[in-house]
Design a protein around this ligand. Structure first.
Ligand code: NAP
Length: 300
């Protein structure tokens, strides 16, 4: 599967349960802008909405008639039980997840299906075995897992069937560098980092006075002294970005593309302008010195 290294994360397309005051029209325009400008890798999930992100993307794909040109990744594992969300990786439930995502996306195949979160009970090789059967049946084209620990990943990949791992990774959150990234590189697994812009913090436009009306308002990274320290690190990136006539977000995204085992990124966008802006990353080439300097700023 070949994709533009700059893809699109769509939890702000129809993700009314994640961000307040989202407009469906703007969300669909974000997706159209991506398609019209060469982005062909979209990341969604059942839980964004729930269901709504997949439906909006399905509508835009129908309208455009470009299904074959688009690589759609979606995820499942969330299950509502007695009013509570739990995770289920059982073969029967994952099969149900794939079937219902196919309907919402108006498609007869999903390019990449991820187990969104591990559950407590299902042996991981059994869960991946269900996805392998769906792959053999042509319902999905590639197998992904998300939010798996190194142990869970190794268990899931015991037969070498895992194609992609998606987990949190950005310049502030680097724990996957210890074991997970080397394992992916050594086992031909493509690593897709989520929160590449640290939910906007690495976008370079927030100040100490920026106020958040979503989950970020409760996240310590966006509060008090920790927020101030984080902003100071982002400010150091500005010097590197200015010298390259680029913006902080482009330099950050370009840095991930230098990491072995990362082939593509899925920065989220709330507005069409952000989609276009993130594409400018493709014009940025970092020198070895710049790569090392960025690394160093975020080591302390
Ligand atoms: P992200 O990519 O780290 O940050 C996206 C936010 O950054 C945007 O909503 C926007 O926020 C800001 N932004 C975007 N482009 C920018 C630019 N060019 N310059 C400055 N700021 C910019 O966070 P995310 O969207 O939550 O994560 C990416 C994707 O990963 C999601 O959309 C989703 O598909 C996936 N994801 C997966 C999991 C999982 O469990 N597997 C979990 C979370 C996310 P503002 O407009 O508010 O500034």
């Amino acid at each position: 599967m070949y994709v533009n290294p700059i893809g699109l994360g769509t939890n702000a397309v129809g993700g009314h349960n994640i961000y307040p005051n989202l407009s469906d029209d703007t969300g669909k325009q974000v997706v159209r802008t991506a398609f019209e400008n060469g982005i062909n890798f979209l990341d969604t999930a059942y839980i964004y909405g729930p269901e709504h992100s997949e439906r909006l993307i399905g509508e835009v794909i129908q309208e455009k008639g470009n299904r074959q040109d688009v690589v759609i990744a979606t995820k499942g594992s969330h299950k509502l039980v007695d009013g509570k969300m739990v995770h289920d990786n059982s073969p029967a439930f994952l099969t149900e997840c794939v079937e219902s995502s196919l309907k919402r996306l108006h498609t007869d195949f999903i390019d990449l299906f991820y187990i969104h979160f591990p559950d407590q009970n299902t042996p991981k090789a059994e869960a991946v075995g269900a996805l392998k059967r769906l792959k053999d049946a042509g319902k999905i084209r590639a197998i992904g897992v998300s939010n798996f620990s190194i142990e869970q990943l190794k268990e899931a990949n015991v037969h070498g069937d895992v194609d992609v791992l998606q987990s949190e990774y950005n310049l502030f959150k680097r724990s996957v560098e210890q074991e997970i990234l080397p394992y992916c590189a050594g086992n031909n697994i493509s690593f897709v980092p989520y929160f590449p812009l640290a939910a906007g913090l690495l976008g370079g436009k927030y100040t100490r006075d920026t106020k958040f009306d979503d989950g970020r308002a409760r996240n310590p990274m966006f509060q008090g002294e920790e927020f101030a320290r984080n902003l100071a690190k982002v400010d150091q990136l500005r010097t590197i970005a200015d010298a390259k006539h680029a913006e902080v977000a482009h330099v950050v995204l370009a840095w991930y593309l230098t990491v072995e085992s990362i082939d593509a990124l899925i920065p989220g966008a709330k507005k069409p302008e952000q989609v276009l802006n993130n594409l400018k990353t493709l014009q940025v080439r970092l020198t070895a010195d710049e790569i090392a300097k960025i690394d160093q700023i975020f080591q302390v």
